[in-house]
Write a protein that binds this ligand. Sequence first.
Ligand code: PHE
Length: 337
Amino acid sequence: MDINSIQTQIETDLTKITSLAALEEMRVKYLGRKGLIAELTSSIPGLELQQRGIFGKQVNALKNTLLGLLAEKEKTLISKDSVLKQSNLDIGMPGIAQELGHIHPITQIIDEICTIFNRMGFSVVGGPEVETEYNNFTGLNIPLEHPSRDAFDTFYLKDYAKLLLRSHTSPVQVRVMKTQRPPLAMVVPGRVYRPDAVDASHLFMFHQIEGFLVDENIRFSDLKGILEIFSKSVFGQNIKMRFRPHFFPFTEPSVEVDISCIICKGQGCSVCGRKGWLEILGAGMIHPNVFKQVGYAPGVYTGFAFGMGVERIAMLKYGINDIRLFFENDLRFLRQF
Ligand code: PHE
């Protein structure tokens, strides 16, 4: 029998095979004990002496080709079998789309505000949420018995009487000034903690952004200019600002800064409590006692500082009336940003 025609026959046989069982039948037909290859091999001794070697080699080559073809076919049948048949997978079914998440609205506002200050030359720094009592209070000119400690009083860490959860980001002023010399221009975003009862405008944890600039000859008008650029970038070029006298132990003079109500444009509405103004942050010129605490020689440097609540800014910007919405992880709320 002609070896070449056998090979062609094998190839056509293979194309007809669609199951592992049929493939096994075919293997027996060719490679079994009474199969074609065995038959060909047993015919060798009957051949002419010169023919035996040549024919033997041809049969061997045919056997190897056949083994390769069978193995290949088996692989394709197995993969088809297991994926499509055994698991009942329907490859025509629509897939499950991966949902892409996005950045939390509070983080978005933090990024936006930090970018605005960054463009004005402020660098962005962080600080720990567990602070020393000194950095949170004493270093900021809030002595132990000062009544304003009450307003900020906070969570103390058990067993570590002098450690607490910071009640504002201002302690980072102390950290930075203790280790670096002016000129300093920084913004500090981060979490702060206060033992407030939770309601629509209070949480025991929220975010602040602190800002401060210290150098020679820094004036209150510098503070006003910087804050005007900031508020117009966030709330729009048409808003008005006003500075109201206030008290903070770590700034003198101190102010609270309002913008004209973005809802009623200053006419008076329910959002601004009919005042026409919305408070957005506290600020002032850094108190000389703070410079003294951090070891700056008196009278050399002046500077300003400000601190704002990020949730409050986000609530005003987006017209949100309940601070708890930010942290309930309700996707119907979060997806809107
Ligand atoms: N630390 C103040 C607060 O939490 C805000 C503030 C910061 C005020 C810097 C003045 C200067 O209320």
